[in-house]
Write a protein that binds this ligand. Structure first.
Ligand code: PGA
Length: 234
């Protein structure tokens, strides 16, 4: 069976144990584990990780220059980042545009950092309508063509993020399938994650969905006991 991807998104938080212990736990997993952390913790992750792939939750769309408060993809790579979330709905709602997200993806790829690109419908809706929304978001992104396994798409219905609500297994399965098949038209082979209220309790059920390569995890990534359960560690 293919290894699953578990991408932990700390958002603007610290986990409930110290970072070296947190890293040690994540490194015990035999699955593929990523940690997306606040910039200011990158140094600590770089100093304490042996095999963990870690990274950030945002990046500048620019290469360098007079962009006060921004962090470039090159800087991230100098701090050992291998992965970076882009286009999270919590950033889109503050005005981040598809054009900016595309530029960020390009900067990351130039620096050999894998983007985790978030898409998802805002409100609960039927599958046909949700597909239209997701297709439009993908089209707007103008993703770089002919990339094999260099992009990760996170399907995150916005209404499921941090709410405890999760779409039906059928909805998740079909949407992940749609995303993969749609992007094949552009010579893109991508991994697809599900994100939105994934936690230690619903993990056993959600893990059974075929065609879902893994999960993007917010709230549950802060609690070490939940993390251990998700990763099946003792
Ligand atoms: P959640 O967040 O797991 O807390 O719903 C997921 C995310 O925002 O990536």
């Amino acid at each position: 069976m293919a290894k699953k991807i578990f991408a932990f998104n700390l958002k603007m938080n610290k986990p409930d144990i110290n970072i070296p212990e947190y890293i040690k736990t994540l490194e015990q997993s035999s699955d593929i584990v990523y940690a997306c952390v606040p910039y200011v913790y990158l140094n600590e992750f770089q100093n304490n990780s042996t095999c963990l792939k870690f990274g950030a939750q945002n990046v500048s769309e620019f290469k360098n220059g007079s962009h006060t408060g921004e962090i470039s993809a090159k800087m991230l790579s100098e701090f050992g980042a291998k992965i970076c979330i882009v286009g999270h709905s919590e950033r889109r709602k503050n005005g981040e545009t598809s054009y900016e997200i595309t530029e960020k993806i390009n900067r990351l790829l130039e620096n050999k950092i894998t983007p985790i690109i978030c898409v998802g419908e805002e409100k609960e809706m039927n599958f046909k309508k949700a597909i239209k929304v997701v297709k439009k978001l993908l089209d707007e992104l103008n993703l770089p063509k002919k990339q094999k396994d260099k992009l990760i798409i996170a399907y995150e219905p916005i209404w499921a993020i941090g709410t405890g609500k999760v779409p039906s297994l059928e909805h998740i399965k079909n949407m992940c399938k749609f995303i993969k098949e749609y992007l094949k038209n552009f010579n893109l082979s991508v991994k697809v994650l599900y994100g939105g209220s994934y936690n230690e309790n619903n993990a056993p059920e959600l893990n059974t969905i075929k065609g879902v390569d893994g999960f993007l995890i917010g709230g549950a990534s802060l609690k070490i006991l939940a993390v251990k359960q998700i990763l099946n560690l003792n």
